[in-house]
Design a protein around this ligand. Structure first.
Ligand SMILES: CCC(=O)SCCNC(=O)CCNC(=O)[C@H](O)C(C)(C)COP(=O)(O)OP(=O)(O)OC[C@H]1O[C@@H](n2cnc3c(N)ncnc32)[C@H](O)[C@@H]1OP(=O)(O)O
Length: 305
């Protein structure tokens, strides 16, 4: 009873801590009206470029699959798909049972970046900045979801598609797939946060090579520089999605509050200064200490041989 009350108190404290974490990180977003960013205004503009969709399937197991779906344009991001993605991320933020997320493209290819038709129409500097801020906000929130995320790369991940892979915790590549930051060939640099995240994943030297040379990163190179965790081999071992689910299940096995706590402490360690990360870790620890999974493990006198 007492333990329960203490836990409730800690839980309340932790929710506060997590809310404070997100608040410090601008509620999970990078830009708000303070930066001249008006979300509704850009949403309206983006909706004027329809096509394709972003599909979200949540499973009772706590695993969700997000599919970028515009096969006739190699899953390029139309304006309405950017808006769709933001809405799907909002849905995932409110999914209390979520533990894992796989991001994939439809029809055997990942994503060929932004829809060049929309890009042409939004090529004035003001609209470009607004689109950039919108996508940075969305992909930052995607990476900050309290669940473990994996980009399943089949076929090509080009431009903004390559940037999207970096907004997941891990990348798995199918044989023959390619991740390529083609921005330089387009007279651009990444603008959806892909450069900042890439530096943290592969280091600045490798990031400079990949962006400066618009290098085609095949699975072998991706493994070598730490961009990908694994190549999904094995014809007989199910579809690439099934293999990705298998891979992820090692990390999502267990109760949702524990898996979410794992992601939260790693996220705060990655994003906050040490003293603040330590405080957040303490608060997140408070949510699992004395919780059902902890009590059950203690009662079963589990060994870790
Ligand atoms: C954030 C910054 C960015 O993301 S800038 C955008 C970067 N992406 C690109 O430049 C990709 C340009 N596309 C390509 O290089 C090729 O289409 C790739 C993806 C390699 C596929 O080649 P291939 O297999 O020969 O097919 P294809 O060229 O016939 O394409 C099939 C249809 O899809 C379309 N498509 C492809 N990518 C885009 C795109 N990003 N935006 C708009 N449409 C795209 C192609 O135009 C083609 O359409 P259609 O059949 O000609 O009507």
């Amino acid at each position: 009873m007492v333990l329960c009350a203490v836990r409730q108190h800690l839980l309340r404290g932790s929710r506060g801590a997590w809310a404070r974490f997100l608040q410090r990180q601008s509620r999970g977003c990078v830009y708000s009206s303070v930066h001249g960013f008006q979300q509704e205004e850009i949403r309206e503009k983006l909706q004027a470029f329809p096509g394709g969709s972003i599909e979200l399937l949540t499973q009772e197991s706590g695993l969700a699959v997000l599919t970028i779906n515009y096969p006739s344009r190699m899953n390029a991001f139309s304006g309405s798909m950017m808006v769709d993605l933001e809405e799907r991320v909002s849905q995932l933020e409110g999914w209390t049972d979520g533990k894992g997320l796989i991001v994939q493209g439809a029809s055997g290819t990942f994503c060929s970046g932004s829809d060049l038709n929309a890009v042409r129409a939004l090529s004035n500097p003001q609209d470009g900045m607004k689109m950039c801020m919108f996508m940075q906000n969305t992909l930052t929130r995607l990476l900050r979801l309290p669940m473990i995320s994996v980009a399943l790369v089949e076929g090509r991940a080009l431009g903004g598609g390559a940037e999207l892979t970096t907004a997941c915790d891990f990348r798995l590549m199918a044989p023959g797939s390619v991740i390529q930051f083609v921005h330089k060939h387009m007279g651009l640099v990444p603008g959806w946060g892909g450069a900042a995240r890439l530096v943290r994943i592969v280091g600045s030297q490798n990031a400079l090579k990949l962006l400066g040379g618009a290098v085609k990163v095949d699975p072998e190179l991706a493994l070598q520089i730490g961009l990908a965790e694994e190549v999904l081999q094995g014809e007989g071992a199910g579809t690439p999605l099934q293999r990705a689910e298998n891979w992820l299940s090692v990390y999502t096995k267990g109760p949702a509050p524990v898996i979410q706590a794992v992601k939260k402490v790693v996220l705060s360690g990655r994003e906050l200064p040490l003293s603040e990360a330590l405080k957040t870790e303490k608060d997140v620890f408070g949510t699992v200490w004395g919780g059902p999974a902890n009590m059950q493990a203690l009662a079963s006198k589990s060994k870790h041989r």
